[in-house]
Design a protein around this ligand. Structure first.
Ligand SMILES: Nc1ncnc2c1ncn2[C@@H]1O[C@H](COP(=O)(O)OP(=O)(O)OP(=O)(O)O)[C@@H](O)[C@H]1O
Length: 315
């Protein structure tokens, strides 16, 4: 069953085209991983789907409705975990949840039960009476997630819910997302962390410059770029590597310097390793070479020409 769908959605901010005829459909029970570089349009897509901002063209369908899509009844079935923390620092964890449960119309005993359940779900029961000011970054993120759960949304949208937290808290959140799915929640999940998508997403949608440029399971997307090969060359002077000249060599599709490693993606069978090495050796020593199988990161790099976490200063 289709839980949510966008057809031909166009969204402009002044002259800036943020969504460029986006078609997306989300089926019940999926975890859709939404990936895109900074400014690709992910947050705009989410806010449009939630009815938080107007759009210029196209149609949205939610929970089987095509008219009055953002009715009170439909909005009650949506949950949003925002990118920015939206918890109140001077309320306790429990009071925060009571506030958000109240916003969704929960009252009395039902509200009390749902608040306790949500705290337990994210592993914060023992911190119920403490304020977020005393929490670690990861605990605040978990509370932020709990705030979106008390009303048991059918579709939960998570906008980069793990930004800037430690690996242990991230694993905890990954487990929470899997548990939610087992309980029947459909999830749209945006992140800059490829490993998260590889761990939890049943389908991946890649957005760039306001357009969906590809979608499929992780394995399908990787299979689509199997006509490419990747070689990692460790060098002694990474700053001197002639990236643009390497990009100009026959068969080369992308070059990226990561620390002291030059990652080069080429068309399969281009046989350009000798030429790559000679060019690099003009300015730097070569310390090691490894061939690598492509992963989701390479799919992203091949399709967008960008690293997922370009310009990010997280963690
Ligand atoms: N309120 C706004 N006013 C004007 N332009 C905006 C506004 N919000 C977003 N944009 C522009 O729309 C485009 C898409 O932005 P959006 O925030 O949706 O991207 P994103 O993929 O969520 O990025 P990030 O990963 O950095 O959060 C960008 O070019 C951005 O500058």
């Amino acid at each position: 069953m289709t839980i949510a769908a966008m057809q031909g959605i166009v969204k402009r901010y002044g002259n800036e085209l943020a969504l460029d005829y986006v078609d997306l459909s989300i089926q019940e029970g999926e975890i859709v991983g939404l990936l895109g570089p900074n400014g690709a349009g992910k947050t705009t897509l989410i806010h449009t789907l939630l009815g938080m901002i107007p759009f210029d063209k196209g149609n949205i369908q939610l929970f089987g409705r095509t008219d009055n899509v953002f009715s009170h009844e439909n909005k009650q079935k949506l949950g949003l975990v925002t990118q920015e923390l939206t918890v109140f620092e001077d309320l306790t964890a429990k009071e925060n949840l009571e506030f958000f449960a109240g916003v969704y119309g929960l009252k009395g005993e039902e509200r009390k039960k749902r608040v306790e359940e949500a705290l337990a779900f994210v592993g914060l029961s023992s911190k119920s009476g403490k304020t977020p000011a005393t929490f670690s970054g990861g605990m605040k993120r978990r509370l932020n997630i709990a705030c979106a759960l008390t009303h048991h949304p059918k579709l939960l949208i998570m906008d980069e819910p793990t930004v800037g937290i430690d690996p242990q808290s991230r694993n905890h959140i990954m487990e929470t997302v899997k548990k939610l799915r087992e309980q029947g929640t459909t999830i749209l999940y945006t992140t800059h962390y490829m490993e998260e998508v590889q761990t939890i997403a049943s389908r991946v949608v890649i957005v760039d410059q306001g357009q969906i440029i590809t979608e499929g399971t992780v394995n399908e997307l990787i299979a689509n770029i199997q006509h490419e090969e990747k070689v990692n060359i460790d060098v002694s002077a990474p700053g001197d590597v002639p990236v643009e000249r390497l990009k100009g060599l026959e068969g080369v599709k992308n070059v990226h310097v990561d620390g002291s490693t030059v990652q080069i993606i080429s068309t399969v069978g281009s046989g350009n390793l000798d030429r790559l090495l000679s060019l690099i050796k003009e300015t730097s020593g070569v310390v090691g070479i490894q061939a690598e199988k492509p992963n989701l990161e390479d799919v992203f790099l091949t399709l967008t020409g960008k690293q997922l976490r370009d310009g990010e200063g997280e963690e």
